[in-house]
Design a protein around this ligand. Sequence first.
Ligand code: PDD
Length: 287
Amino acid sequence: MPIVHLNGQNLPANEACVPVLDRGFIFGDGVYEMIPVFGGRPFRLDEHLRRLEDSLSETRIPNLHTRLEWATLIQGLIDANGRGDQSLYLQVTRGPAARDHALPENPAPTVFAMSNPLRPPADETLEQGIKAITLDDIRWARCHIKAISLLPNILLRQTALDADAAEAILIRDGYATEGAASNLFAVFDEKPGGVLVTPPKGPRLLPGITRDVILELAEAHGITHREADIRREDLARASEIWVTSSTKEILPVTTLDGEPVGDGKPGPVFRRMYELYQANKAHLQVG
Ligand code: PDD
């Protein structure tokens, strides 16, 4: 039985209970983080905690912990679950209160965390890439907040799965923003070696931690890159498209809306970035 964390206590998952009036349950009123753990150590923890702080402050949910306290809580749960590679899910809701849209005066936030084994994408997936489809972005106008209310994301992802695709690439006002649970990159052959492009941060997309790592690696290793809007029709002339997240890492999209992306195989910029990303992870484990 996995060990979870609930309001200051580590306990077996089947013993952890949340009151039915918790606003997370009633309204989806909460925020979360998904932190990858490699070799028992959280990856980019500071960046995840900074984004958690931003999500809490934007939603006006009190932050109960200092960064050091969060880090201690997280490491305790990683250790309790046997170290190794894990995906660490951390959720803070506004806590239990009588049902009323108005914010409670004295909220008592619920802090919950759990860990699941983290498996890297299968070799076959990396060799063949994935299929994706474009869908209209039906989400709200504050997608930079990592909110637990993910009903639109769930429906979008399921629409993709129903169409035999692994991810939905979302379109808002004619621009591709991100995936249903991932950020978006495209390579355009504007110059030799290509130019790596990802949409700029803003309320249309989640500021992904993996996205930042990739931009950092591109900068450090001389891969030409820029943050710029990607029009829906630009996707058709991209030589590579990737989706990225803490759990998927970097996945090449080789079929989009039934058409091959580039030559229909994972491209050279992907292969280079994938190596750089793995080396960055390995560095964390020895560092
Ligand atoms: N989701 N955009 C959306 C909408 C996401 O849900 C995610 C990740 C990302 C990538 O962010 P990061 O690189 O920080 O993981 C972008 C997580 C993994 C999830 O909901 O499970």
